[in-house]
Ligand binder design. Structure first.
Ligand code: MG
Length: 269
């Protein structure tokens, strides 16, 4: 564990850490204060979010409107991580995408072919509250014909606002489970807490994971994955009702530091 005062890179979760959630983007004052202090003191600040329904550009805009300054190149989403995962295995792969739209931009930016027609190399599933039976059925058909199944992030359910309705919505993992059940295939889940995406985030900013600090509200996604990747982990205790359910896959979920207010960390810089 590196001394947080010396860490050159700080990575922040978004939902329930920087803002209440991406659809209620009210900033937490303590997060604004810490991120601004880090910037003024020359630390690199980045974002790693499991949101796959918005592109990096869209996430940056939401955070900007909430008062946070991040470069688009420092915003890492599960959608972009899934696109990188597929690109690394099959550049230019033909992909059928279930998603609310944001992930499409990340896939196209990686040079993948997003298509609604066979043949399909990968079926990638993100949260999608407008998904039709036809799309679900086509996805299952493509997987049964040999397409690899990718889950973008891995929530079973999440709180949000859709078409003006405040509710809890079925997450991408639950959609993927239906496809697995129909086909007998097993999906690869790309997103937190997969340690690889923490490692890739740090290295793409020129920092080894051991020198980075991860700040998040979720033990099972932020803390488990970052700890396994070798980062120093900070758990900020927010509203427990806003913590999205994830599977830590048996990893250690113990944070190095626990705070109730992120301003507690400013004195240690
Ligand atoms: Mg969170």
């Amino acid at each position: 564990m590196t001394d947080i005062g010396d860490a050159p890179l700080w990575i922040f979760d978004v939902d329930n850490t920087l803002v209440r959630d991406i659809e209620h983007p009210t900033a937490f004052e303590d997060a604004l204060a810490l991120v601004e202090t880090l910037r003024v003191r020359g630390r690199n600040v980045a974002v790693l979010t499991n949101v796959g329904r918005l592109s990096a550009r869209q996430v940056r805009r939401v955070l900007h409107d909430a008062g946070f300054v991040f470069y688009e190149s420092s915003i890492f989403t599960a959608g972009a991580a899934a696109a990188a995962y597929i690109h690394n295995r099959m550049p230019g792969a033909r992909c059928f995408l279930i998603s609310e739209g944001g992930a499409r931009d990340d896939f196209v930016a990686r040079g993948l072919q997003v298509t609604n027609n066979p043949p399909v190399d990968f079926v990638a599933v993100g949260a999608d509250r407008g998904m039709t039976f036809q799309e679900l059925n086509f996805a299952a058909k493509m997987v049964s014909r040999g397409a690899k199944l990718i889950c973008i992030s891995g929530s079973r359910a999440y709180p949000g606002v859709y078409l003006g309705h405040e509710d809890t919505y079925i997450g991408e993992l639950s959609i993927v489970r239906a496809i697995e059940d129909a086909t007998g295939a097993t999906a690869t889940i790309v997103g937190k807490p997969l340690p690889g995406i923490f490692i890739e985030t740090a290295r793409s900013l020129g920092v080894e994971p051991a020198e980075a600090v991860m700040v998040g509200d979720n033990r099972d996604s932020d803390i488990a994955g970052a700890r396994a990747a070798g980062m120093t982990t900070v758990l900020v205790q927010r509203d427990p009702h806003n913590i999205v359910e994830f599977d830590s896959r048996g990893m250690d979920t113990t944070p190095d530091i626990v705070v109730n207010d992120l301003r507690e960390l400013i004195d240690r810089l």
